[in-house]
Write a protein that binds this ligand. Structure first.
Ligand SMILES: Cc1ncc(COP(=O)(O)O)c(C=O)c1O
Ligand SMILES: Nc1c(O)cccc1C(=O)C[C@H](N)C(=O)O
Length: 400
């Protein structure tokens, strides 16, 4: 069954764009994307030729200075943005700070967000509120989000696909009431970009951020990106007004003038080696349609849910409707942490999220239906044999 699904998979060839270890089922593309096969040679070229030979000249000759905008333009089609609406910079956390600060107005000082979204989003909003003193952060349950929007609300901040459950919001359906209340929307697309088809402009979204190291395959700690809709680009200003966001960085003027367009969202010098790895990650999407990527994510996760939902002790924590989820599936189990370690010891790599979730991220470019079958069968076996009773699987880990 899995074999015939893999044979019929129109994205099957994309796996060849990566280097994955033999005999491993990699189900953590939602935390760290796999290594693009072209990345080592590309990085070696940037190091040895551009840096080693070109030296400082490479800022111009190798186009280093334009890399954040060029990579932003490569991300744009994956998220329904225009090329000039996206730039690569900093981390998601820092980009959230910049956009939240920019979106506040003298009259609107409230940030509304969903209680239980990825913690950095609320940590950053709280830190900004503490810094400014007159900003309120409201963390609201999903059912009350729309009614929480009022004439004080500056920004509705939401993670599009939830990092734990994988549940996906209807972007257009939440953007409309935010706009009706006079607020902007800021979407965290860390678990969406490269995994499902996102259409920011069709949803009339205002602002967005996302990770480079997950489904975009940019490597550990890859730079993140941010989106500002064209209609807001003149008005919104980066509070981290560093020289790389200046209209004329090499004029070394005494006062700050923001660059026109997305360049103003840069602060300091861009990490060229990390951008080179992200470039290789984004190249893995060449010629692949976001709709096809989403269809594969839906098929993989549906196949997995069908195989695991009935296993005794497992509770599905992810929506059954593929349109209401991303590319990962979360399963609740009383012994999720040692079970995750047992899976890894058996060469199936998901991750654990406190308190009781095992997340299986099936990156559509690298995952095969055969991997899904192996992951499900291994999980069933480990539960059947009560693998969590083995003390070897109770080691504490800094990174889970
Ligand atoms: C939804 C979400 N937002 C933000 C982050 C953090 O991004 P960064 O480490 O780039 O700040 C993550 C994961 O680390 C995430 O899952
Ligand atoms: N950013 C991570 C890291 O530095 C180490 C390990 C995992 C991560 C992650 O990306 C976690 C991820 N954002 C999550 O959804 O849980």
């Amino acid at each position: 069954m899995a074999h015939s699904l893999d044979l019929a998979d129109p994205l099957a060839h994309a796996r060849g764009r990566f280097r994955l270890p033999d005999g491993i089922v990699y189900a953590d593309g939602n935390s760290l994307g796999a290594l693009p096969a072209a990345a080592p040679a590309h990085l070696a070229h940037v190091v040895e030729s551009e840096w080693g030979q070109g030296l400082i000249r490479s800022w111009n000759d190798a186009g280093w200075i334009d890399a954040p905008a060029q990579l932003g333009a490569r991300i744009a089609p994956l998220i329904g943005a225009h090329a000039d609406e996206v730039i690569v910079a900093d981390s998601v956390s820092v980009n959230l700070f910049k956009l939240l600060a920019a979106g506040l107005t003298p009259r609107r000082r409230t940030i509304v967000t969903l209680a239980g979204d990825f913690p950095t989003d609320s940590y950053i909003a709280q830190g900004l509120a503490n810094l400014l003193g007159n900003v309120t952060l409201r963390e609201i349950p999903l059912a009350d989000i729309v009614t929480a929007l009022d004439d004080q609300t500056a920004i509705l901040l939401l993670t599009h696909v939830h990092y734990q459950s994988g549940a996906r919001h209807d972007m257009a359906a939440l953007t409309a009431p935010a706009h009706a209340a006079g607020a902007l929307t800021l979407w965290d697309l860390s678990h969406s970009a490269g995994a499902i088809a996102v259409d920011l402009n069709a949803a009339n979204a205002d602002l967005a951020v996302g990770c480079g190291y997950k489904f975009l395959n940019g490597g550990p700690g890859a730079p993140a990106w941010l989106f500002v809709a064209r209609r807001h680009q003149k008005r919104l200003e980066n509070p981290l007004s560093g020289w790389m966001g200046h209209a004329r960085p090499f004029a070394f003027e005494p006062g700050y003038t923001p660059a026109p367009g997305m360049a103003r969202w840069l602060a300091g010098t861009m990490p060229i080696l990390a951008l080179a790895a992200l470039n290789a990650g984004l190249a893995t999407f060449d010629g692949l349609a976001p709709a096809a990527i989403e269809a594969k994510a839906a098929a993989l996760t549906t196949h997995f849910i069908d195989r695991v939902a009935h296993i005794p002790g497992i509770t599905l924590a992810t929506p059954r409707d593929p349109a209401a989820r991303g590319a990962h599936v979360a399963l609740a189990h009383d012994h999720a942490q040692p079970l995750t370690q047992a899976l890894i010891a058996h060469r199936v790599i998901p991750d654990f999220r406190t308190p009781n979730l095992i997340r299986f991220g099936f990156a559509p470019l690298t995952s095969r239906f055969a991997d899904v079958e192996t992951a499900a069968a291994t999980l069933a076996h480990l539960i059947e044999t009560q693998a969590w009773t083995n003390p070897a699987y109770h080691q504490s880990r800094k990174v889970t």
